[in-house]
Design a binder for this molecule. Structure first.
Ligand code: AMP
Length: 581
């Protein structure tokens, strides 16, 4: 299996060397958001102009017959390189706008209908369109840019963590099967693409990047990392037995994987097996990573955005190791790098890499149309080299500062992830905050919330929010469940923490029923992930959906429910009052 993953435990003695500032960042000072908008566009504009001309040539076959707004047809800039003209002439598009073009390319039409460069593959994102994964065009040059991006991570880490050139990093990397399209172009997740590429496979030796595992046996988000720990929890006895005997289990049948692992297990190692058995058989798995790999320096795992909810569980297993979110990336484009990798997860800002794409930001409206954090929260638009011009990415970012002239931002959320019964609109961030408040009630009793999702149950009138919670106890073999009264308090706390519109609907309008928490059996969210993967998601790009719409997925969760609790209290709400001066 291969795909770069969440686990990068570096296990080295010391020696320090400094990283050079990335050469492409301009060192001109910047004075704020609006200056960024201007400067950044101007910096990039020479290339943008060139690209647009290329697209003009390539776009002769552009679609003029469909209603699709997205059309790179001849001469839309007419040789001009004016930013305003570009924005005027080129529409902002969503995936649905370009989907027909991408499908035409997948069906064998030439790349030039959207891109000046040959499209070399289609990347399948975790987002879906009409139930199918979205397909993002990519080019050979894109792959080179990603390689550059990965190479940049090493000097950045080296600046903050000593001794990375002595020892090994343990990476859990997954690949997913590819789909061949009628055109012969492969469709696959972005990480599968990278880890199967010759850029990765033929990488030159680099002492800073020595992996514990061979490529043949080759995760990303925190959820996938924790899944790997769970796998170890379930299979450590077998692992010890393999190490003790020096033989790989029979069920591992993939020949190259068997050969590669056999080369490690060349002889019985009873002492190592005893050591692992002793640690894994302990009373609790708290700090297990440090116990098994005592010289680990950090864990590379994305814990920003919705992944933040995994931090307590990761801290539980890691025994306080730094959790490093190195990058912000997507199938469409790799956007930003974390230049202060040891900062606390809540403080992580990513620095935009201007060579990856052309970026454009728009302010977001929040709170009934009022711009609460004017100019700093923005959904991102980017212009990629592979045909996604003025493509709306759907993420919401908060600008936090600048690295020279490159903007830095915090990942806030994915747009439009909402639970809604009446006029309430709960997004992913609101839900995370409310759940974070409620789960605090469980911690004194030794319970950790390991996973959650939700759905709006409208089968009853009024409808109500349902949360599925998977819990874990601090002790190893303790299968007890929290007290009913505490769970009722958790329901009420979630409700109290949701926004004013939700609470108004609950209290004044009675248009939303009491919130329900359904506790599910351990392993339920693995079953959900298996289901999503079977529907086309990539394991290492998989993120637990925070709101479930698929009936099949709800069925999977419902069939594993071990307890249901409803909120007993109506949350507090009072009409908005204007303060009089
Ligand atoms: P995919 O195209 O399936 O790889 O998903 C990309 C999406 O994952 C992005 O648009 C973000 O919503 C999310 N994502 C990627 N990197 C991060 C990060 N560092 N922190 C939070 N969310 C992220």
């Amino acid at each position: 299996m291969v795909e770069r993953g969440p686990l990068n435990m570096r296990d080295y003695p010391t020696s320090h060397s400094a990283v050079a500032s990335p050469p492409f960042f301009s060192d001109q000072p910047s004075s704020g958001f609006s200056s960024y908008m201007t400067t950044f566009w101007l910096d990039a504009f020479g290339r943008l102009d060139h690209k647009c001309k290329s697209s003009t040539i390539g776009g002769v076959g552009g679609d003029t017959n469909t209603k699709c707004k997205y059309r790179i047809s001849e001469g839309y800039l007419d040789g001009h390189s004016d930013k305003g003209l570009f924005k005027k002439k080129v529409p902002i598009v969503n995936y649905e706008d370009i989907k027909p073009h991408i499908e035409r390319i997948a069906n064998g039409e030439p790349s030039r209908i959207i891109s000046a460069q040959p499209i070399t593959e289609l990347l399948t994102s975790s987002g879906t369109s009409g139930g199918q994964p979205k397909l993002m065009p990519s080019t050979a040059e894109d792959l080179d840019r990603k390689t550059f991006f990965y190479n940049l991570l090493i000097p950045v880490m080296n600046k903050y963590v000593d001794g990375l050139d002595q020892g090994k990093g343990m990476y859990l990397l997954f690949i997913k099967p590819e789909i061949s399209t009628p055109s012969g172009l492969m469709a696959r997740p972005v990480l599968t693409s990278y880890y199967k590429s010759s850029n990765f496979r033929n990488r030159p030796f680099n002492p800073f990047n020595v992996y514990t595992s061979p490529d043949e046996t080759i995760l990303f988000f925190a959820s996938a990392f924790l899944r790997a720990i769970k796998f170890l929890e379930d299979h450590w006895r077998e692992l010890c037995s393999n190490i003790r005997t020096g033989c790989v289990s029979d069920w591992i049948t993939d020949p190259s994987c068997r050969n590669a692992v056999s080369s490690f297990l060349c002889k019985p190692q009873p002492d190592l097996a005893d050591f692992i058995e002793f640690e894994c058989n302990g009373e609790s798995w708290e700090g297990i990573i440090k116990k098994l790999w005592p010289r680990t320096k950090y864990i590379e795992v994305i814990v920003t955005g919705s992944m933040a909810q995994y931090i307590p569980t990761l801290e539980f297993y890691s025994g306080g190791l730094p959790l490093v979110s190195t990058m912000y990336a997507s199938s469409e484009c790799y956007y930003g790098i974390n230049l202060k990798p040891l900062s606390k997860p809540s403080d992580v800002s990513y620095t935009l890499l201007p060579n990856m794409a052309y970026f454009e930001f728009l302010p977001v409206q929040k709170n009934n149309g009022k711009l609460t954090v004017q100019k700093i929260i923005s959904p991102c638009f980017c212009h990629l080299f592979s045909g996604l011009y003025r493509y709306r990415t759907g993420d919401i970012l908060m600008v936090t500062g600048f690295y020279n002239n490159a903007p830095q931002f915090r990942f806030v959320q994915r747009r439009n992830v909402v639970l809604s019964i009446d006029t309430d609109k709960t997004n992913e961030e609101d839900l995370l905050k409310a759940v974070t408040q409620a789960k605090l009630l469980l911690e004194p009793y030794g319970f950790l919330l390991t996973e959650y999702t939700s759905y709006a149950d409208t089968s009853s009138i009024p409808g109500h929010y349902v949360l599925f919670w998977e819990l874990k106890t601090r002790g190893n073999n303790d299968l007890s469940e929290p007290d009913h009264t505490i769970m009722e308090q958790c329901c009420s706390t979630v409700e109290e923490s949701l926004d004013s519109v939700y609470r108004r609907c609950r209290r004044r309008d009675n248009s939303i029923g009491p919130l329900e928490i359904r506790i599910v059996k351990p392993g339920t969210f693995d079953a959900l992930m298996d289901f999503c993967v079977s529907q086309g998601s990539s394991v290492n790009q998989y993120k637990t959906p925070r709101c479930i719409k698929s009936k099949e997925a709800i069925k999977i969760l419902d069939s594993r429910v071990v307890g249901k609790v409803f909120s007993k209290k109506v949350p507090f709400w009072e009409p908005f009052k204007m303060e009089t001066k």
